[in-house]
Write a protein that binds this ligand. Structure first.
Ligand code: GLU
Length: 550
């Protein structure tokens, strides 16, 4: 009996050959030098920040060469699969305008190299595995969990490297007859790769991020198919899919770097050239003085949902991640403010490799503030309305009352050389505008008066102001000159310098007068430009609010 008999016993229904699949997945018809990248998440119910980070890089690489970016759903670990996970991934990519060129979603396949869901490619993997068995480079392994555990313990005891390799790879020497007999008697098994590597030898490996590395050859007979008739492991699916889909750049987390020797041996065994590998750094955060991996259990900011829910503009999230992706991005962006981030040329050498990429919330917040400050009122209306419709019914209801009124409030200190920067996320909007709406104004109990708190004095100030100094026609300079005149009339210093030299000579200064006007109208001590607030409120409403304090 031969290996071929063994292969036929294991895969009686596999009749195609590798050559058949090579014909079905021919070279792509793309320009020479065009890159093919893929984002290959496992459907675990989360879109991790690190995964999203990789998707941006995939898109950048493909975009800069007019290549192809596709999404492959890596669902071979069906125990971990979560309902709706693929939807979540596709929705997130779509939210950030990162939809791939090829994908499979809700039964629809877009692209010629599918299926793009691994569980639908079982027959393809099995064809490749069958070939390995036929040439004696893969075999069924009957070791039970307990036996493997025993092996591990024994290796640890004598301080040997643990694993199923070399003389510890017991079942690699089973005769074909015996293997077939055990399969036919119903024993459970997995398929392992038969390694020819030597752990003592090193080979050169080019990582696009880290440069040239010397790695030990693989000598492990690692599992390539998880159970009889089952799905392949990640290592094997990576080989088959990235070969047939003609991936040129594998962008994946650095946790896969230690598996490179396995992948190299697989590619060599089949005689396929290796793709380029971009192993992205772990995203880490500072905690006290130490640094640790962002964890999806402990850190809400580890999943992409967080940024959407909090109301970060998508441009801010991408721009922030771009600053981690390449250390020279910020400089490029400052020099090319009009260009889209996709025009930036990604350079893997300019990505943090050792020690991870530090996630800095403060920086994200700053970028976000800037992004929002640069939006026009129309853009901010559109974006914040879309957000509020999903996450903040109160804000949505307020916008629905009168979109133009809402925009006029947002437009205070906007569209100018020094726009306001008091909004970090859409979540902050309500806290910055509520006082412009009568019902919300009513609901708030506290007036944040500062120095001047005496009711009579406050009334005197506001009444004198309305009677003698306020006019809706005034431009900003005239408005301010009149506020100063009000100061002079009531014994407050209109000139701050003079006030500082001789504070006893005055009841207070122009700052205190402005505060009285501001707080009486908004209840808040800090607001954007008071002149603009008055313009929007108008005379009647101002009098109404001033009178509430009398
Ligand atoms: N499914 C793998 C993961 O989620 C993908 C790794 C890769 O991109 O090759 O880690």
């Amino acid at each position: 009996m031969t290996n071929k008999d063994l292969a036929d016993v294991i895969f009686p229904n596999i009749t195609k050959t590798i050559a058949d699949y090579e014909k079905m997945y021919p070279e792509r018809k793309i320009e020479e030098g065009a890159s093919v990248t893929r984002f290959a998440p496992s459907p675990t119910g989360f879109m991790h920040l690190g995964g999203f980070f990789q998707a941006i890089i995939d898109k950048l690489i493909a975009h800069s060469t007019d290549g192809v970016f596709f999404v492959r759903n890596e669902d071979t670990d069906q125990k971990r699969e979560v309902e709706g996970a693929t939807e979540l991934i596709m929705n997130t990519l779509s939210h950030y305008d990162l939809l791939p060129d090829e994908y499979e979603f809700k039964g629809k396949i877009v692209g010629e190299y599918g299926p793009y869901i691994q569980s639908e490619r079982k027959e393809i993997y099995q064809t490749f595995i069958k070939h390995l068995i036929e040439i004696g480079r893969a075999y069924p392994c009957f070791a039970t969990k307990e036996e493997l555990e025993e092996l591990r313990n024994a290796q640890e005891k004598i301080k040997m490297r643990t694993g199923y390799y070399g003389r510890y790879a017991r079942d690699r020497n089973l005769s074909v007859e015996e293997a077939i007999k055990r399969i036919q008697s119903g024993e459970k098994y997995v398929i392992r790769f038969k390694s020819m590597g030597d752990f003592e030898k090193k080979f050169k490996f080019m990582d696009e991020v880290r440069g040239l590395l010397y790695l030990p050859e693989n000598d492990e007979d690692f599992v390539i198919m998880k159970s009889e008739g089952g799905l392949p492991t990640y290592h094997f699916a990576h080989l088959v899919d990235d070969v047939l889909m003609h991936t040129t750049h594998v962008v994946r987390g650095e946790e896969w770097l230690s598996s490179v020797p396995k992948h190299v041996e697989l590619f060599e065994t089949f005689g396929y050239p290796l793709p380029k590998y971009v192993h992205t750094p772990l995203i880490v955060k500072k905690e006290g003085t130490s640094v640790r991996k962002l964890s999806k259990r402990k850190d809400p900011e580890a999943t992409m949902r967080y940024y959407e829910e909090q109301g970060y503009p998508k441009t801010a999230v991408i721009e922030y991640l771009m600053t981690i992706i390449n250390s020279n991005y910020e400089e490029w962006h400052t020099e090319n403010p009009e260009k889209a981030y996709l025009d930036f040329t990604f350079n893997p050498k300019k990505m943090a490799a050792s020690g991870g990429a530090l996630f800095d919330m403060e920086k994200l917040n700053n970028i976000s503030k800037n992004c929002i400050s640069k939006m026009t009122k129309e853009e901010l209306l559109e974006e914040s309305y879309a957000w509020a419709s999903k996450y903040n019914p109160t804000l949505k209801e307020i916008i629905d009352r009168d979109k133009n009124y809402y925009m006029s409030i947002l437009n205070i200190e906007r569209e100018s050389a020094k726009p306001r920067k008091d909004i970090t996320t859409y979540q902050d909007i309500l806290a910055n505008i509520w006082y412009m709406y009568d019902d919300l104004f009513e609901k708030e109990d506290t007036y944040e008066f500062m120095k001047v708190t005496d009711k009579e004095e406050i009334n005197k100030i506001t009444k004198t102001y309305m009677d003698k100094y306020y006019s809706v026609e005034d431009d900003k300079d005239t408005w301010f000159t009149k506020v100063k005149s009000l100061c002079d009339e009531l014994g407050y210093a209109s000139n701050m310098k003079e006030y500082k030299i001789n504070p006893e000579a005055y009841k207070g200064s122009v700052t205190d007068i402005s505060t009285v006007l501001r707080v009486s109208l908004t209840k808040k001590a800090q607001t954007p430009d008071l002149y603009e607030i008055m313009q929007i409120l108008g005379r009647d409403k101002m009098i109404e609010r001033f009178e509430k304090l009398s």
